[in-house]
Design a protein around this ligand. Structure first.
Ligand code: URA
Length: 264
């Protein structure tokens, strides 16, 4: 197995981040520094990152969080802003699955399962994300909805067709599967409507549901299986995911004392 994939599977980081860690020279295999992410390894090898032995994960975890505005979706922030990772207390080294802008609220996942994170974020697998968007200058005309559905020309190219549903005069629900930087904000601006509020309400098969801002819960095995299935094959057409609700469990505020999540 490729070294980067092996490290991601052990919960070190996402597969892309593992490639960078390997290239930086932090990884040894049987005592020798390896900088090639494609080096073939298996569990019989002694793999270390910064001198710390790495082995197959003893079972991974996935948490759903309702990210509040102002919280960044990175593991650490040079500007010292609060991070989603800090919302979930515990010993495990978790990292966010993909990114939301600091000002975006809603569903984000944290996991130590690098392979799952890779599959949920890599454009090849085209996992759908749905956003609820409140825009300036409503009502949004039919022409703008059509443009969003057909694809919008952005400075990094034409977007794939989005699914768009009007919720009210100034609020839309947009489903996309690309995940380019600030994509929804740029798409709405391109059709003449600046975004005032943006919330992710679904990621693949998982809905935000009634999880409160700042609350999190551990996903159960059935939900994780649904996520795995969503990222199991390269995207070929439009999929209609079955729904599970991130907020259907009890949900906890980050300030609550840690206790077992009973999302099953
Ligand atoms: N699109 C955006 O513009 N921002 C996000 O945070 C997510 C999707």
């Amino acid at each position: 197995m490729r070294l980067a994939k092996y490290l991601a599977g052990c919960g070190v980081a996402s597969r892309r981040a593992c490639e960078q860690i390997i290239r930086s020279g932090a990884v040894t295999v049987d005592g020798a520094c390896v900088t090639d992410p494609a080096r073939d390894v298996d569990a019989s090898r002694r793999v270390e990152v910064d001198g710390r032995p790495i082995g197959p994960a003893r079972g991974t975890v996935v948490y759903a969080i309702n990210k509040p505005a102002g919280v960044v979706s990175t593991a650490s922030d040079p500007q010292g802003r609060p991070t989603v990772v800090a919302l979930v207390p515990g010993e495990r080294r978790l990292y966010p699955v993909g990114r939301l802008d600091a000002g975006t609220t809603g569903l984000i996942l944290l996991t130590d399962d690098g392979e799952l994170a890779h599959r949920l974020t890599h454009p090849r697998f085209g996992v759908e994300k749905t956003y609820r968007v409140r825009v300036q200058r409503g009502p949004v005309p039919e022409r703008a909805l059509r443009q969003l559905r057909d694809g919008v020309e952005l400075d990094d190219g034409l977007t794939a067709p989005a699914r768009v549903r009007r919720v009210s005069a100034d609020t839309l629900e947009l489903t996309i599967h690309e995940g380019r930087k600030r994509q929804v904000r740029r798409m709405c601006e391109a059709v003449g409507h600046r975004v005032l509020a943006l919330e992710r309400v679904r990621l693949g098969p998982l809905e935000l549901g009634d999880l409160r801002p700042g609350a999190y819960r551990q996903l159960n095995a059935a939900e994780v299986s649904l996520l795995r299935a969503a990222g199991s094959a390269p995207r070929t057409g439009v999929s209609r995911p079955a729904a599970a609700r991130a907020g259907s469990g009890p949900g906890r505020r980050a300030a609550d004392a840690p206790r077992r999540a009973s999302g099953s």
